[in-house]
Design a protein around this ligand. Sequence first.
Ligand code: NAP
Length: 478
Amino acid sequence: MNNINNQSLLGVLCEPGEQTLAVANPATGAVLGYIPVCSEAEITAAIARSHLAQGTWQRLPAKERAQLMQGWYELLMANQADLARLMTLEQGKPLAESMAEVAYGAAFIQWFAEEGKRALGTTIPAHTQDRRLVTIKQPVGVVAAITPWNFPIAMITRKAGPALAAGCSIIIKPANQTPLCAYAVVELARQAGIPDDVLQVVIHHSPEVVGDIFTHHPDIKKLSFTGSTKVGGHLLAQCAGTVKNTSMELGGNAPFIVFDDADIELAVQGALAAKFRNGGQTCVCANRFYIHDTIYDQFVPRFIAGVKALKVGNGLEPDVQIGPMIDAAAKERVIAGVRQAQKQGAVIAAGGGDLAGCFVEPTVLVDVHQTMDFIQNELFGPVAPILRFNNDELLIAQANDTIYGLAAFFYSRDINRIWTVAEALDYGMVGINEGIISTELAPFGGVKQSGFGREGGCEGLDEYLETKYLCFGGIGRG
Ligand code: NAP
């Protein structure tokens, strides 16, 4: 773990022991360091401290919270290079992508620092002369967040930003594979003056134990989860007992559609970006490609050439575009998906080779059909299955034929088709002639079993606010 300039970011590291968690580099398998895990009593104590701290934080004027958050944003950006290096070491993504994620993650803190000042209520024209009707916005209370490893900083700041801005305290359980980034960003929040108990991280060997405590504890007023649909559904059921406010950012199965009137070069570039960012381990990743018959022979060879040019390796090496899968099990799952598709008739048109370690060669599959298993499931790896189509109506039905509804992408230059298709796709987000859609400025989130709630944009703050209605009576009685 050398070459991290700001050593205080790594203050959490400890000697190995029973109550510690080893953090490994997926590119090399080397242990980066050990961090202490919490006991159940310590997690419960963290909730109690969070509950106490929330009252004080809530009473701070929004402008003062915003100033502290702006300081945090500035420290995140001042430490961008160190945070990015840490991210590549523990998560594996190429350094350039880590740099971009730090900036993207920090942007949520700045955006919500500003948005918090605009948590506006309303006045409502009353139904009688002697009443006045008003709404105010108040924080939901203590928030628990559970986040995944694929965006180890942005998935935290996308929740912590709006929670803090709204006046909530927040406790984060990051993925056990990427806790160092979590500790590092929280350390910078402390350096910026955000009180310790307002923003905390907890780690336990068992995610189930943390999930149980978070979902059953009466002082946790909201659970915000990002991860798989399976775990999200499970947590949602557990939250029913205390009727918790929840936000669920879950899995995806994004179709990427290229119509016959598309700008082919733009579509190829968009396809490479939408598929291979983070080695295909992104919830909005293009999961299946639908290419119109008449341009299939123009699109596919260019796409394959782009895929073959992708450089695979340790994300710290210059020019690497595809890092390792997060672990050996993730690699095995991707390889098994390809093998199963081959058994069902798919043909490898690029890649498919056996690489050492946790690396997977970027792979293109053709002769793919809608009924194949991996068209229905989230691939989460650098594999691009290509299907043909020649009928818009049937295509929309196939694109929507999934339990998921997070993101979809399509390329066309026909304005009539663009509106028709954009409205017909059952997805929370649609990229039109664009393969990268995430920004702090816009609402991110899904429909169907991809979850509910929005992160980012003006909508993101509302997830952490309750609307309280005040009815003033007796007006005008002298
Ligand atoms: P995951 O297995 O659901 O894990 C996500 C988080 O939940 C981790 O912190 C994990 O802890 C924790 N967890 C696992 N089982 C749990 C349980 N029973 N109770 C409480 N917490 C539990 O998902 P993943 O494989 O890490 O992440 C990939 C998934 O996230 C994909 O499906 C992807 O599409 C989705 N995702 C969605 C979005 C979005 O915005 N919609 C964004 C990014 C990722 P441990 O690490 O300790 O196991």
